[in-house]
Design a protein around this ligand. Structure first.
Ligand SMILES: NC(=O)c1ccc[n+]([C@@H]2O[C@H](COP(=O)([O-])OP(=O)(O)OC[C@H]3O[C@@H](n4cnc5c(N)ncnc54)[C@H](OP(=O)(O)O)[C@@H]3O)[C@@H](O)[C@H]2O)c1
Length: 317
């Protein structure tokens, strides 16, 4: 063990990974997202590396434990995402079994190198945080995590700075490619503005949807001004946006920016904000992947169309 707790030998055998192959066979029987042209990408400001603008969130939907049928569906979701041209997957150790399920399905699909894998760590004393991050590497069956985020940046700023210093040690070692912080409550926006302005983060993850637009005032401009990439969580307000339009036809003017479904309407509103790097909706059906990737193709609404979308949304309330 060295000072960051890394042993020298590799911990997962090819046999262990192949033992998970049953999920691939099951997934192959499910429909896949048809490749319908390239999806839009945006650069990560710190490096210029481009990310497809639609990714996958795994809270709840990937917490399926050993349920073989649900694992097969989630395997098909990952396959559809990657085959559809996207690659960001966001998970966390606190999402029940989701992080393990992601690790096992990605390994079984042999897709690790095609995926930008993001996970999280809570604010904790150094030894506990290190143990949690080593456990994430084991569960994700990888020796490299693309993005490690401090989960729910609500600790005091001193503790946050200590935790970021640890994440940066692991980043310097090459274990994490990028580091950042997350939150999912509008009440945290001002705190995140302060962190983004002071810490030169690679990424910030925040909640943003047509129904919750508080980040537009200060947080998204701060991210853009500081070269901080933005992942958007809860882009459908945990599905509440769909409930609000149930039974309603998509307005005809949605075709002016190539939105063919409510999901595309909601996601294109977010993607039209240039500060957004990638949205990470939760998806538990391969059809959702095909639908949501459609938001990353075609035109995006302009400023006047976005105002019309907000007026439409407000008229529902
Ligand atoms: N603090 C944090 O860091 C934090 C907090 C919260 C979330 N997150 C991240 O954000 C991700 C997304 O959050 P979320 O999944 O809770 O909420 P969400 O993305 O706002 O909503 C997901 C729900 O929308 C529905 N949906 C998705 N695509 C659809 C489509 N094309 N058509 C119709 N319905 C569709 C599904 O509902 P049904 O399955 O019911 O149909 C799905 O479960 C999480 O998985 C997690 O990775 C991070």
């Amino acid at each position: 063990m060295d000072e960051l707790g890394f042993p020298t030998r590799k911990r997962y055998s090819r046999r262990e990974i192949l033992a998970l192959g049953g999920a691939i066979a099951a997934a192959a029987a499910l429909p896949r997202a048809a490749a319908a042209g390239p999806v839009m990408t945006r650069p990560i400001p710190r490096t210029g590396e481009r990310l497809p603008v639609v990714g996958l969130g795994t809270a709840i939907v990937f917490d399926v434990g050993a349920d073989a049928a649900r694992r097969a569906v989630q395997s098909a979701v990952i396959a559809a995402l990657v085959e559809g041209g996207a690659r960001v997957i966001d998970t966390a150790p606190s999402y029940g079994t989701a992080e393990s399920v992601v690790g096992e399905l990605v390994a079984a699909l042999g897709m690790r190198d095609r995926i930008f894998l993001a996970t999280k760590v809570r604010v904790a004393p150094r030894a506990a945080a290190m143990a949690e991050m080593h456990a994430s590497l084991r569960r994700l069956k990888t020796d490299r995590i693309d993005l490690m985020q401090i989960h729910n940046a609500s600790a005091d700023l001193g503790a946050m700075a200590d935790q970021l210093a640890l994440l940066r040690e692991w980043q310097a070692r090459g274990v994490f490619r990028y580091v950042g912080v997350t939150h999912s409550r509008e009440s945290a926006n001002e705190r995140l503005v302060a962190l983004v302005e002071r810490e030169k983060l690679d990424f910030v993850q925040l909640n943003y949807s047509l129904g919750e637009r508080g980040v537009e005032a200060r947080l998204l401009p701060a991210a853009a001004a500081t070269g901080t990439a933005v992942l958007v969580n809860l882009p459908f307000g945990r599905g509440r946006l769909f409930s609000a339009v149930r039974g309603r036809a998509l307005p005809q003017w949605a075709a002016e920016f190539d939105a063919a479904s409510w999901a595309q309407f909601f996601l294109k509103y977010l993607l039209a904000n240039e500060a957004v790097t990638c949205v990470i909706p939760g998806m538990d059906k391969p059809e959702y992947v095909a639908d949501n990737l459609g938001a990353a193709r075609g035109r995006l609404p302009d400023a006047a169309q976005r105002r019309k979308m907000v007026e439409f949304w407000e008229s529902l309330r």
